[in-house]
Design a protein around this ligand. Structure first.
Ligand code: KG4
Ligand code: ZN
Length: 329
């Protein structure tokens, strides 16, 4: 079955055609990132106005590139949340209009679950149950999946999301937005053991907290004053990145242990980070846990993962109707 996916949860406008939940035939992505840079973060009003402008052309491109006739699409799968309200409603309204006019079934899917599903695209066979970590600009959450319709939320961040911490630390260091890629690049030139940062304690052992380390970096930088030169910044970036990744690895492997699983799937924008991949792979190997990541382009927001997850859930009998709305939780 051919599924058209639509994703507009944050600053991307994406449409994709995926066959049988696995084969990506097209995955068109248009980002409004450049319009947000000067503000140091995503401006919701700009994001959804750009999405309104782009959505039709992006969907047309995805259909055209897939070579699939619109009449052959068996399902329209759309991100229904969590995300920015105006952005989500743009994608949902577009998907509903298409579903109604072409008489194609409609399904709203969860954005975080679709980040996990990105691991199964391109014919990857991964047996369930698994533990999963989603690390993005808006979320840091651990899940236990018996199946894609049986997902248990194990824990989440008590304050800032992991990607948000990268973005805020980059701002403190004057490196621009988004922070993840610049911090990663700078960290390569720094010493990860140079500065002792730490992540705050959490209520539950699987919860996350990244707000304290961001404040720690802020005070450290203030304390340095004008002395903080290039090497100093690289050491801060490396030490911050290492501490954050260590917390992610430690808690994810603890979740595997507590849920008695030996497989972990990782997804979301921060999963692009090469140091994170390296540390996860080596720590998981020691614990005899198989660790999976999507290809880098599928870690970031895209509609192929939405189409793939939609197919799985549709097979299990899930459907939405025209009352579908944004779910911000
Ligand atoms: O999943 P995503 O594209 O959007 C959300 O759903 O939030 O994630 C975006 C986040 C941003 O905070 C960005 O700084 C972070 O992912 N990110 C990275 C890297 N590339 C993007 N974080 C660390 N290292 C990277 N290489
Ligand atoms: Zn995302």
């Amino acid at each position: 079955m051919y599924v058209l996916g639509i994703e507009t949860s944050c600053d991307e406008t994406s449409a994709a055609v995926v066959k049988d939940g696995k084969n990506i035939l097209s995955n068109a992505v248009s980002s409004s990132l450049n319009f947000h840079r000067k503000y140091g973060g995503v401006i919701p009003e700009i994001a959804f106005r750009k999405q309104l402008e782009k959505i039709t052309a992006v969907a047309e491109l995805a259909i055209q590139e897939s070579g699939v006739n619109l009449k052959k699409i068996g399902l329209i799968s759309v991100t229904s949340g969590p995300g920015l309200l105006g952005s989500l409603l743009t994608g949902i309204s577009f998907a509903k209009a298409l579903s109604l006019t072409l008489n194609i079934p409609l399904l709203g899917v969860n954005h975080l679950h679709s980040h996990i599903y990105a691991n199964l695209l391109d014919n990857k066979l991964i047996r369930l149950p698994v533990t999963a970590l989603v690390v993005s600009g808006g979320h840091t959450s651990l899940f236990y999946l018996k199946d894609f319709n049986k997902i248990e939320l194990l824990s989440q961040t008590q304050d800032d999301a992991c990607g948000e911490a990268f973005d805020k630390v980059a701002k403190i260091l004057g490196l621009g937005y988004p922070g993840g890629p610049v911090i990663e690049k700078l960290a390569c030139k720094g010493d990860p053991k140079k500065i002792k940062f730490s992540c705050s304690g959490t209520r539950g052992p699987l919860d996350f907290s990244f707000s304290g380390i961001k404040t720690g970096v802020l005070y450290y930088v203030r304390g340095q004053g004008p002395r903080a030169r290039a090497q100093g910044k690289a050491d801060i970036a490396a030490s911050f990145q290492e501490t954050v990744i260590d917390a992610l690895v430690k808690k994810s492997l603890l979740a595997c242990k507590l849920k008695n699983t030996n497989r972990i799937l990782i997804g979301g924008g921060v999963a692009v980070n090469a140091r994170l991949r390296e540390k996860f792979l080596s720590a998981a190997k020691e614990e005899k846990i198989s660790c999976y990541f999507p290809p880098k382009e599928l870690c970031l927001d895209n509609a192929a993962m939405v189409a793939g997850l939609g197919f799985r859930l549709f097979q299990k009998g899930q459907r939405s109707d025209l009352s579908l709305s944004a779910d911000l939780n």
